[in-house]
Design a protein around this ligand. Structure first.
Ligand SMILES: Nc1ncnc2c1ncn2[C@@H]1O[C@H](COP(=O)(O)OP(=O)(O)OP(=O)(O)O)[C@@H](O)[C@H]1O
Ligand SMILES: [Mg+2]
Length: 276
């Protein structure tokens, strides 16, 4: 069982202004975890710290009890797969080669055919087989996103982190990808950690929500029902809202699982902060 732990993590891009302040977080069971919070609060920064792209000024981040600051990138990439937020990469590689990059850690232990099968399975799962030989830099934003997710999936790491995986996806694929990520966390025992701005989709699919608020702190961690209260949403986002509970949960058979899912209706913006 994989365990991720952040203890008193403080990070700032400059010494004077911390973006993350004394973050404590422990994830010790598989599941679909979703980070929410306003623009600029530090969501992407926290996942970059988890990937050692950024190094905290204070505190420790460990995976399975090992401090990541002492781990080399290859060992870390065997444990954590990372799909960054949509970027305008200018790869002119084909889609199939781009996804194959995700099999790097398996190139010695699996044959080329086995690795290609994994790439093909991921393309099939995301319905992008038809794009296999298109160039990555010639795709639409949503197609690009699906390829990036496929590249994350083929890494087959015990932890998979995706920064806004549903950005640029049409509504059908927003739902499809969230369903898929939840299913992977349940069927493969993976810790799937995502960032999202869509509170209702998060409420429907996440097992646990991690809510960040200004100035770079964790306000609360819990089930969607515990976290998505009108009080939390008003305080963190500065927007009026109404939260209703529906009893329909997600079960494998598509039946009422008896889980209460909050549904958030947004009202007026109560305050609009200036971005700092
Ligand atoms: N490379 C950087 N150099 C300096 N400051 C940065 C850098 N990247 C982010 N920041 C600042 O750090 C803060 C947190 O940024 P971050 O990208 O983590 O926010 P976020 O919660 O992911 O926001 P969004 O919802 O807009 O993606 C912001 O104030 C941002 O301006
Ligand atoms: Mg971000």
């Amino acid at each position: 069982m994989t365990v991720i732990e952040l203890k008193e993590v403080t990070f700032g891009y400059s010494e004077k202004r911390p973006v993350l302040r004394d973050i404590n977080l422990r994830i010790d069971e598989p599941g679909f975890y979703c980070i929410v919070g306003p623009n600029g609060v530090g969501k992407s920064t926290i996942v970059k710290c988890l990937n050692k792209i950024l190094l905290p000024q204070k505190g420790t981040i460990s995976i399975d009890g090992e401090d990541i600051s002492g781990m080399d990138y290859r060992s870390l990439s065997k444990k954590i797969g990372y799909v960054p937020v949509f970027s305008q990469d200018a790869f002119s590689m084909s889609v199939v080669d781009t996804i194959m990059v995700g099999r790097f850690n398996h190139s010695k232990t699996h044959s080329l055919e086995e690795n290609l099968m994994k790439v093909y399975d991921a393309m099939k799962l995301l319905h992008i087989e038809g794009l296999a030989y298109k160039k990555f830099n010639e795709l639409s934003a949503g197609q690009h996103q699906k390829v990036a997710i496929a590249r994350g999936l083929v890494q087959e790491t015990p932890v998979l982190i995706l920064d806004e995986p549903t950005a640029n996806l049409d509504v059908k694929y927003q739902v499809y990808v969230m369903e898929m990520l939840r299913a992977i966390s349940e069927e493969c025992g993976t810790i799937v950690l995502t960032i999202s701005h869509d509170l209702n989709i998060t409420a429907k699919y996440a097992h646990k929500v991690i809510m960040l608020s200004k100035p770079g702190i964790i306000r609360a961690v819990g089930t969607p029902e515990e976290i998505f209260t009108d009080e939390n949403i008003k305080a963190v986002y500065g927007v009026d809202c109404w939260v209703e509970k529906s009893s329909k949960g997600v079960s494998d058979e598509g039946q009422d699982a008896g889980i209460s899912i909050p549904h958030i209706t947004l009202g007026e913006a109560l305050s609009v902060d200036e971005d700092e």
